[in-house]
Ligand binder design. Sequence first.
Ligand code: HEM
Length: 457
Amino acid sequence: MSALSSSLLLGERESSLPPGPRMPSTLQAIAWARRPLPFLERCQKHFGDIFTIRVRHSGTWVILADPEDVKRVFTADHAVLGVGVANSILGPLLGPRSVMLLEEPEHVKRRKLMLPPFHGERMQGYSEMMANVTRRELASWPIGEPFELWPHMQEITLEAIMRVVFGPVETDRLRRLRYLLRRLTNWMNDPRRLNLLAAAGPSRFAGNSDYRGMMGPVEDAVLEEVRRRQRDPDCTDGRDIAAMLGEARYEDGSPMSEQDLRDELVTLLTDGPTSSLLSWAFERILRHPDKLTRLRAEIDAGESDAYLDAVVKETMRLCPAAPIVVRRLLAPMELGGYTIPAGTTVAPCVHLIHRRADLYPAPLHFSPERFLERPAGTYTWIPFGGGVRRCLAASYAQMLMKQVIRTVVSQIDLRPTDPHSEWARKSAIAFVPHRHATVIATQRRPVPEATHELTTV
Ligand code: HEM
């Protein structure tokens, strides 16, 4: 046997990557960048519940669509799993010191610092603010004219997170920062920028002068807010995240660096998925009048939010915000009968798991009722990922979605302009309905008095 053929055989035995499309990695990168969801569906049909794709700039990914494999990844010792390469595509936006991109053991320490505002009593305190922000926003919606819901949902989610991060008092500085963030997000969401990011890769994109022109002022404004709180702790009630992170200390007593603060605050402020999922919630529920009637009856009765919760869960099941989550293997791992080598990115596939007919009968139907009959499973309902890297604001995001839907449904009647469903289009952070959830408001309902007005100075 020649040296070449024996090394090929050895190579085959040693590397046990599952099969996948044989197209060159550039073509796979194009399929991934343009229409990732149909690409994933075609691959699953062809290769089954575990397959390998190769994407230029992002390396080799093993996609997992079997809940057993997903469980293995989410419960693995976190010393065996690193940040996936796909996450680093977010590097220019979030920054290398964002909790989302940190490796262990730093990741766990940072996560501990950031969790408290998104849990328990602290978080419950945001609910009235969320309803008020929504009421204020929907007061400007036109009656009888078509408009896109997505930009309004972006306004609501941005304003809500600004209040959590910087406190309840709105100032001219914060209004300017909101404008800068909106400008940056709109710029990033332009499909031309997404193509540039896919073609150039994250490091070259980060050096792009137009990008710096958009991001630089955001960074300056965010850091200035932290410094103000450090100089004058009385300028807020001390409960906002900017003040908290400015004062936070690691176990050895050291503070977070300026880069850490910038990256963490920008990570929180660029909440893309919640506005996209809210747009999907309305895109779906408005096309199902019987379900809307049931939801409105529950909201008007004000006694339970079981159906509202099911609507939120079903929206997240069916409508992709993030179609995969990623981990980089630091050691080989057995998955689906293969020994996946260290260095490979493994990707629990939210999109394919959520569409399995054995888990969700009639998987393409929008049916909140399924979550009334059976609770969401830890490894079968995974819109927030899982394990030690599960979205740290999952409860916050669901609470915000519920407050927005509750407020909108009780105060305004909407209908879609087109009975045909919208399809998923990629934006910078999440997938959005391609017509941005275009609707017409037919009438306003009487507005109850707000209990706590928003504070403006
Ligand atoms: C419905 C809306 C949202 C969805 C679907 C979502 C989804 C996700 C997903 C899939 C991950 C990766 C999890 C993993 O790798 O296992 C993640 C991580 C994260 N998300 Fe969310 N997210 C949402 C809202 C938010 C909001 C509102 C914030 C903050 C304001 C946020 C902050 C984060 C952070 C900081 C991480 C990194 C956690 C870590 O690495 O420890 N997310 N999110």
